[in-house]
Design a protein around this ligand. Structure first.
Ligand code: UD1
Length: 430
């Protein structure tokens, strides 16, 4: 088996059972960085500067995609990236990057808005369920685009998008983002109702605002965007990664350690803190840092994933790993994606007792997990298995780390700085 992408080792070995202790800083949010990077495509002969961009495989994929379209990307120290966009860019998103990463579909809205046409190979399904982009396309059609799908490629065309009132049938994060970017260069005002309320949406609104687009998010789940004829150079800081931050907090909780995560916005993960409190975890919250403390064994609980401010689906696997050690039976219902429990079998190999019934995981808490060889089935599943490995007895080896590098910057170094015994293993090429 070969290494992960970009030569990153594809396996992590973990000696479990060490209570973690110390402080880590949250990285910039993957799910904020990807859309705001795509937003640079609205520019012509201008530059977007972003700070706090995390060093992740998905970010590298978006850089490759933007470069393939004609954008020049300069990386500076400390997560600053500068995107210089020429007057003309290619309207065709290259298949290689779109296949690698579904978020590549975020270039559709801005490409269409700036050049009147765009082609996007359909991103297809992935291991957490089918993920259509029908809501993105429906909104673009309402704004006047003609859409055709031929041989698995979406061709969109519109000489001039027109501002419209759009109601999203579901508060899709990606559809909200794509339509906000399209609306920035549309003629007239666009009002999108039932938008996603994830903090990453506010980050994108701030980027569009910095590029001169009048944009206002209303508390009622609605955004108003006044289209402009052209945007200008802008700059913004990527918000902290709430999912990564919570993963380290759960690592502290699971190992019975004391872990502080800094550079966070605690209001971005209120649902997780509420659930931790309900389960009996001990923690303290400051303005931009959260610390978890050793506590008694957690109590079981029920939760359901939902769009923000509900409990995030991207934390569901890590929370299930945590609850696998709680006393009693927990129920975790997945309501955002169809098939996000593939990893449960891997946790069961390590001694967890999780049964999947439709969209619900029924977790009977056990006292102890034991190390085993397991495989990450997707990004957050990989994080859950690493958490399990940190608290399991003996050695755990997590394969298919390729998924984890998509979203966790230097996870091995960060865990080591908290005292964990983890090593990356480069497998022999067969
Ligand atoms: C984003 C996040 C992802 C997170 C998800 C939900 C990024 C890069 N990724 O993904 O990590 O898990 O939000 O919080 O930000 N749907 C449709 N039709 C559409 C669009 C979505 O049916 O046109 C469905 C999807 O199949 C899924 C659900 O809506 O079941 C949520 O999708 P969406 O909110 O769009 O998530 P993404 O933007 O893909």
């Amino acid at each position: 088996m070969s290494d992960g992408m970009n030569g990153m080792p594809n396996m992590m070995s973990i000696e479990g059972g060490i209570p973690l202790a110390g402080t880590v800083r949250a990285q910039g949010a993957k799910n904020a960085a990807l859309p705001v990077m795509a937003a640079c495509l609205l520019l012509k002969g201008q530059t977007l500067t972003l700070d706090n961009v995390p060093d992740l495989q998905d970010v590298r994929t978006m850089v490759e995609l933007l470069e393939a379209l004609g954008v020049t990307v300069e990386k500076e120290p400390q997560g600053r990236m500068r995107f210089s966009v020429p007057e003309e860019v290619s309207p065709e998103a290259p298949e290689a990057q779109v296949r690698k990463m579904r978020a590549s579909s975020l270039v559709l809205g801005p490409l269409l808005a700036r050049g009147g046409q765009a082609a996007l190979p359909l991103p297809g399904g992935c291991s957490i369920g089918s993920r259509p982009i029908d809501l993105h396309l429906k909104g673009l059609v309402q704004m006047g685009a003609k859409i055709e799908i031929r041989s698995g490629v979406v061709y969109a065309q519109a000489d001039q998008l027109r501002g419209r009132r759009i109601y999203l049938d579901f508060p899709s994060v990606g559809a909200t983002e794509n339509l906000m970017m399209a609306a920035a260069l549309a003629h007239g005002e666009t009002i999108i109702e039932n938008i996603a309320r994830e903090p990453e949406i506010d980050n994108l609104a701030a980027v569009l605002g910095s590029m001169g687009v009048p944009i206002e998010i209303e508390g009622t789940g609605c955004v108003r965007i006044k289209g402009v004829s052209e945007v200008h150079s802008g700059n913004e800081r990527v918000i902290p990664d709430r999912i990564e931050a919570c993963t380290y907090l759960l690592a502290g909780v699971m190992t019975g350690g004391q872990v502080t995560v800094t550079d966070v916005v605690p209001a971005h993960f209120g649902s997780m803190l509420a659930k931790l409190e309900e389960a009996g975890a001990r923690f303290s919250v400051r303005r931009d840092a959260v610390t978890v403390f050793p506590a008694e064994r957690l109590q079981s609980l029920s939760l359901k994933t939902m769009p923000f401010p509900g409990f995030p689906t991207d934390l569901q696997p890590q929370m299930v790993a945590t609850l696998s050690l709680a006393s009693g039976v927990s129920m975790v219902e997945e309501s955002v994606f169809q098939a996000r429990f593939l990893y449960a079998e891997e946790l069961n190999r390590m001694g967890a007792n999780i049964r999947i019934k439709g969209n619900t995981a029924v977790i009977s808490g056990v006292r102890q997990l034991h190390g085993d060889d397991v495989k990450a089935t997707d990004l957050r599943a990989g994080a859950a298995l690493i958490l399990a490995g940190l608290t399991a007895s003996g050695q755990t080896r997590v394969g298919e780390m390729i998924h984890v590098w998509r979203g966790y910057e230097a996870i091995d170094e960060k865990l080591r700085s908290l005292g964990a015994r983890v090593e990356l293993i480069t497998e022999e090429t067969k």
